[in-house]
Design a binder for this molecule. Structure first.
Ligand code: ZN
Length: 253
């Protein structure tokens, strides 16, 4: 099966500066923890019947650097669902604008991320149809949660505030619910927790209450950047309650 070469994906990833190419999106392609959330997209579809398919392209051209662009889960779905809006010209323009800020150097770690992007690509596509088809049934692993000894929440932490703690849990659950539906990915319920720890420097419930707003903004952005989150937003459905809505719904009982 024809596919982009690893060196092409490395070049794409380097020039993406680890950001989705969609104008002003800013979602990462690979999270700080190494979780790959972005997708290799074809400007002219990889197969007949797909969005913007060009029968005159050779297989080589289809998988070449010029025909590929890196986008987040949400935007990869959007550009293929609305090919009349997202024309070849518009996507080429986004790619060119985006790649101007990139840099061709890749660290060893980044080069590995490019390899993972290609692995995900292989998981995502099967031959011939233009539709995105999952190659193999997605395995969702439920890890046994270890019983923990209950400790008193430190004063001033998110854990010490019942409403705030429950709201963060609500966002984490929503993220995992949406992320588990993403096709072709190795999904782990634990990933979001380590992402938070890597980003904020401590387990989410031990963070200070002053970090509540930025933690919520981060989780909301992660939810919005999932494929399902993007579809909901496109259709005008909210992905989560705001904190005041949540408090009104769940806490005043
Ligand atoms: Zn995006």
């Amino acid at each position: 099966m024809a596919e982009p070469s690893l060196s092409t994906v490395k070049r794409l990833f380097a020039l993406s500066a680890n950001r989705c190419a969609y104008s002003k999106c800013g979602c990462p392609i690979v999270e700080t923890t190494g979780t790959v959330t972005g997708i290799i997209c074809h400007i002219k579809a990889r197969s007949k019947g797909g969005p913007r398919f060009d029968p005159k392209q050779t297989e080589e051209e289809r998988h070449a650097f010029d025909n590929l662009v890196l986008m987040c889960g949400r935007h990869s779905k959007l550009i293929d669902a609305e090919p009349k809006t997202y024309t070849v010209e518009l996507l080429r323009e986004m790619k060119a604008m985006h790649e101007r800020h990139g840099n061709l150097e890749l660290s060893q770690v980044e080069a590995r991320y490019a390899g993972r992007l290609l692995d995900d690509y292989r998981d995502l596509y099967i031959t011939t149809t233009g539709d995105v088809t999952v190659n193999r049934p997605q395995k969702v692993e439920f890890k046994q949660v270890k019983k923990t000894v209950k400790i008193t929440a430190p004063e001033g932490s998110i854990a010490a505030d019942r409403s705030k703690r429950n709201y963060v849990k609500h966002l984490i659950d929503r993220y995992n619910e949406f992320a588990a539906q993403q096709p072709g990915r190795k999904f782990s319920f634990a990933a979001i927790y380590s992402d938070i720890t890597a980003r904020f420097g401590a387990k989410w419930d031990l963070l200070g209450i002053e970090q509540f707003d930025s933690l919520c903004a981060y989780l909301q952005q992660r939810i919005d950047c999932t494929m399902r989150g993007g579809i909901n937003r496109g259709q005008g459905y909210p992905n989560y309650s705001t904190y005041p809505e949540f408090v009104a719904k769940y806490e005043r009982r």
